[in-house]
Design a protein. Structure first.
Lengths: 400, 400
């Protein structure tokens, strides 16, 4: 039976959207990696009755809860008081916590404000978690089913305290089973088309299948339990790979370091020592922008004019001539050219699409592709950059 | 009595920490700005019983709930099914939703996978919210005290649907006391430097001051209550404007439509009918990419080589010569050139900085600027694009 963990964040600035709760995602990753099942994140503002209600609920449904925020010195920091009331554990002055807070100020040659004394008050029965990176000590306390850990909300304090003082104790306190996560990184097909490709594969009920679509790619995830037989795991991965075909540009979780589409292209370009020149139209500079930091992109230029649609039949031959011209004038190995047809209205209208033509000139000759791209102008731009790069990726991985 | 709103996000990738829930913060800001009291954010994974329990709880304690995610075509997208069970509203096939999904695929000349049919199933009594930016339609449904709005989790779809289809209806549906929100959009100074500029201004306690820093700009927000005297409001805005000076590129909330830095540049370039040619180095195509859709950017090229640091003294004169050459060869009005000094290590290292030189050649002559840019390679790239554009912006608004 998986151990259930919840994340609870406190702060008015979170619920009003002034800051994004990055702590929750960071803590969840850590918890998942050591084998917890993270089921819920909750953020509430500076409201004591909300806090008390939430703490009482979590105490009944989770095995562990990591809480951040609300331990500061000001009156809107209510977490310790809420814990005291929710768990019937009155606040008690902690001598050692007080000394540590005083030390923090004397180290910085500053007077300790009286309001910081409040941070040394911990709920009865709680275990103090020393804070070597700021003033507020954290604490842990068990109530009903759940072991609660309270940490400051400042990321640098929270992360250090969690990694050094909390994480090492978790495997002793809980019976955790760490599984294996395999991620197929794909480009060129939507979530539902990918689902179609794999929907005849029988997936054992102990293996979790998940999809994550972003603007740049779609990830397909398989989470295997820790006791899953290795051979069967590899067989299932192989089956997925075959069905998904060359939509897959990387598989994460098998030991190799993987990245995004450009990162995978870089592996090949760098190994083979190939340089590239690009002319962009529809991607409008974004293709080059995505390649920053990689030396194989030698030059790139953006040109405004698209080819009029009555010349569609000739586009490819025009592009071919341009590619050869470009290569003749520059000392580069490959040339990647992109053009599109469609007027200004097609470009801007979400409802209309444009036709994009891509030509890749390599040492083995010309490789061409054509795509219909729809959506907002930003989507057209991004797809144009990625689809052009994907032609290069497919060529390099010899899947053309 | 303030109307209570909650945010509810669904997705295994959220609770496992694979992605950070930026949707929740964005939606909260919007809700606070029109007068809601946002009390709680909750994220849960792909677990139907968790979803049902949460929906039932929220229905009793909030007046409005904005839900994102879980509307995709795959089997792990469970939101509509959970709503059906929680609110006793069985799923019904929505003919029009189906046609819209089919249209989405035919626009892209792709076959519609059978699995997308699932997205046209909406709970009985729900009102469909059309999705013009992707496949999954959203929907709204009232249960007990709460009016629920369900939107896809993909940010671009969620944001467009919320702003165009949900936001306009909220003031009619709820009794909200909407104040006046004034936003100073700034570029070129950090949050704390801006804070220094305004920290001697006395701000009445009924006016809320807020900062929002993104990778592209910093917004300073003043939220005035609905009954705040107009003259005093304008006086305070004027005071802020004077102190913040030309860091402000737009003021939102005074009637004029404002956008990002490029949008503001476009207003001037289009009115004056000016064309621009650009050579990028550090921004690596990103400057051109940010200008997609605007006709005044005539051409742009990216060149790999940076000038060696022993030539620093001459950089400006080299750039000046290049700018005049460029203008002579192309039929353009303005030329914007960018170069940087610093080796590959400086570019890649987060701890090191590079020096960027920008030259703008206009009909009134040469305008120059120089910046030290630090941070990750992506930050350097983005700052290079924005700082170069900002030289143009300052020139155009006659603030040079």
């Amino acid at each position: 039976m998986k151990q259930i963990l919840e994340i609870f964040s406190q702060g008015e600035e979170l619920v009003t959207g002034q800051i994004v709760d990055t702590n929750a995602a960071w803590l969840s990753q850590q918890a998942v990696e050591i084998g917890f099942s993270v089921t819920r994140h909750t953020a509430v503002g500076d409201n004591k009755s909300e806090l008390i209600a939430l703490l009482s609920d979590i105490a009944l449904r989770a095995d562990c809860c990591i809480c951040t925020g609300g331990l500061g010195p000001t009156i809107d920091d209510l977490t310790a008081q809420a814990v005291a009331e929710a768990f019937d554990a009155p606040l008690i002055f902690d001598e050692l916590a007080y000394e540590q807070i005083a030390q923090f100020f004397s180290n910085r040659k500053r007077d300790m404000p009286e309001s910081n004394r409040k941070q040394a008050m911990l709920p009865k029965g709680a275990e103090r978690i020393d804070n070597g990176w700021g003033t507020a000590p954290g604490f842990s306390i068990k109530h009903n089913r759940c072991w609660f850990v309270f940490l400051p909300g400042v990321p640098v304090e929270m992360k250090n305290m969690f990694q050094q003082r909390v994480l090492p104790s978790l495997p002793h306190r809980f019976s955790l089973e760490q599984g294996t996560l395999i991620t197929f990184k794909t480009f060129g097909a939507g979530e539902s088309a990918l689902q179609e490709l794999i929907n005849t594969i029988e997936i054992p009920s102990s293996v979790q299948l998940g999809f994550r679509a972003s603007t740049d790619d779609v990830h397909i995830k398989l989470l295997f339990p820790s006791d899953y037989p290795k051979q069967q795991m590899l067989a299932l991965i192989d089956d997925f790979s075959k069905r998904l075909g060359d939509f897959v540009f990387a598989i994460d979780g098998l030991g190799e370091v993987t990245g995004d589409l450009v990162f995978e292209i870089d592996k090949q370009m760098t190994t083979r020592n190939i340089t590239l020149g690009v002319i962009e139209t529809l991607s409008h500079g974004l293709l080059a922008a995505k390649c920053i930091g990689y030396d194989w992109l030698f030059s790139s230029s953006y040109q405004q004019s698209s080819i009029k649609s009555d010349a569609v039949m000739d586009v490819m031959s025009v592009l071919e001539t341009m590619a050869y011209e470009y290569k003749k004038n520059c000392v580069i190995d490959y040339v990647l050219l992109q053009f599109y047809t469609g007027d200004k209205d097609c470009l801007h209208s979400k409802e209309k699409s444009v036709e994009m033509y891509v030509v890749l000139l390599t040492d083995t000759g010309l490789h061409k592709t054509r795509h219909t791209i729809a959506g907002s102008i930003q989507r057209k731009q991004n797809q144009a950059a990625l689809l052009s790069l994907d032609l290069l990726r497919r060529y390099l991985s010899a899947k053309l």
